[in-house]
Design a protein around this ligand. Sequence first.
Ligand SMILES: NC(=O)c1ccc[n+]([C@@H]2O[C@H](COP(=O)([O-])OP(=O)(O)OC[C@H]3O[C@@H](n4cnc5c(N)ncnc54)[C@H](OP(=O)(O)O)[C@@H]3O)[C@@H](O)[C@H]2O)c1
Length: 239
Amino acid sequence: MLDGKVAVVTGASAGIGAATAHILASAGARVLLVARRQDRLETLQQEIGDAAQFMALNLSDPSSASALLDHALAAFGKVDILVNNAGILRTSHHDDFDLDELDRMIAVNYSAVVRASILFARHMKAQGVGQIVNVSSIGAGIAAAGTGIYGGLKLALERFTEVLRVELAGSGVRVGLVSPGTTSTEIFEDMKSRGQPGWDEFLPAMQAGDIARAIRFMCEQTGNANAARMHIYATSETF
Ligand SMILES: NC(=O)c1ccc[n+]([C@@H]2O[C@H](COP(=O)([O-])OP(=O)(O)OC[C@H]3O[C@@H](n4cnc5c(N)ncnc54)[C@H](OP(=O)(O)O)[C@@H]3O)[C@@H](O)[C@H]2O)c1
């Protein structure tokens, strides 16, 4: 259980982040919901109730990480859990990749996660306890055409996260990676809007709640245990 814990969940306006906010709140946590779409965050806040507050911001902005930490401390007085979940997927075959997307992908999928991880890690280390969950992808380990930028950024994020765990060893701060397989969310809408099939159409995909349960499990570790790395595959996934 997570009674009394305070969690910050990025990408909470949809998919895995929304499901994570629900499941952490149902386990007893108070939750700060973070994304750009304020209307969605308001709706989610109303669904969860008094245990939730929201902050609408663009994680591409380099100042967002410190704004997030300041807001969480002002709203709840402390932060125990950071779930860096927000992310975007743009398929990236070199023939047709829109290079204007490159910096945006780096900003959201890598820089924002690294900035928040470092700032929250310093704070959690000082308070002697904390949990950081960074959401990667099984795509980090697969060299499939079209996934070079997305998978490459997730791979870089995994190395950063593993090193942060090592640097924080013994500090009371747990750091971990959750790597989902194919999960039916809005993340595939960009490819569908360009007439391509979404990856969640090729197999019976997981639901957002399947990944949220893994994130909750990671956050509920006690004693000397750290569930630092979890790969969650759809049962029909063949790689
Ligand atoms: N679905 C899958 O099959 C799958 C597989 C492996 C890994 N993942 C990873 O799981 C995570 C969540 O993905 P999902 O499938 O739940 O995607 P999703 O349904 O598209 O949700 C993405 C979330 O990220 C937020 N976001 C995007 N850009 C943002 C920005 N600039 N500033 C603030 N928030 C931003 C979106 O909110 P706003 O648009 O409101 O800002 C939304 O809440 C991602 O890191 C993704 O890479 C997903």
